[in-house]
Design a protein around this ligand. Structure first.
Ligand SMILES: *Cc1c(COP(=O)(O)O)cnc(C)c1O
Length: 234
């Protein structure tokens, strides 16, 4: 990609986010753009940073560590599969962990955050019924998990995250986005005065406008900003 392309794409995406937010009765600044930079070269991240991107999303700890060292003034969200033995490192590197998917992992985040003297904002990843992916908490188990997790020290439960099943058309994902929003309302009640539990991380390159119309407060956008990724991983 030639220099400057990422900057143009950032403005194009921001306009589309703004219009979708307005359609859903919100302000453009109510939707956070998380630039998903996994498997993208650092040059493109620097371009994005210069174009005003403040938050990056990464899936792999080792890859992220090098990039974070080069762009330490940005916010970094972890959006990959979190293994128990990597939690300490994730807590030290990331400003938010979006993919907490078990009480065990939440407990480990809590323990490591307390050890480090910090409080980590987290989202619970929900499995909205995608057969191909086992990531995320079953919606039926969500209320119990929220109850177990919301009182933990060192961890601030801020909301929910999901990747709906693959779809050909963004409108196919709409009911999944609506469902995640309903689950958030229910979870907030469970958390007991969880007024800070407001985040809905949903929507990617192909469906972020639909997600915003259904209430997304964070969209995670990779290829629409950076182009195709260098390689594929499971
Ligand atoms: C890779 C990834 C994205 C970005 O997907 P695009 O289709 O490239 O926008 C968003 N969320 C998660 C969890 C991802 O792993």
């Amino acid at each position: 990609m030639s220099r400057g392309r990422v900057g143009d794409r950032v403005s194009g995406i921001r306009e589309r986010i703004g219009r979708a937010a307005t359609r859903s009765g919100r302000r453009p600044e109510d939707v956070l753009l998380v630039a998903v930079s996994k498997m993208q070269p650092i040059e493109l991240l620097i371009e994005a940073r210069e174009a005003g991107i403040t938050v990056f999303g990464e899936n792999y700890l080792q890859e992220a560590e090098g990039k974070i060292a080069l762009l330490p003034d940005a916010d970094w969200h972890f959006i990959g599969k979190l293994q128990g033995n990597k939690v300490k490192k994730a807590v030290s590197l990331f400003t938010c962990i979006q993919t907490v998917d078990s009480v065990r992992i939440a407990g480990e985040v809590s323990r490591r955050a307390v050890e480090a003297g910090t409080v980590v904002p987290v989202l619970i990843e929900v499995n909205l019924g995608c057969e191909w992916s086992k990531a995320g908490v079953d919606p039926a188990a969500l209320p119990g998990m929220v109850e177990a997790v919301s009182g933990l020290p060192g961890l601030a439960l801020r909301g929910l995250m999901a990747i709906p099943p693959a779809a050909r058309d963004p409108d196919e994902s709409r009911p999944h986005f609506a469902r995640l929003r309903a689950l958030l309302c229910e979870a907030r009640r469970k958390a007991g005065g969880g007024e800070r539990m407001t985040e809905l991380s949903m929507g990617m390159s192909d469906d972020f406008e639909t997600a915003i119309e259904e209430g997304a407060t964070m969209v995670r956008i990779g290829t629409a900003l950076f182009g195709d990724r260098a390689g594929r991983r499971p």
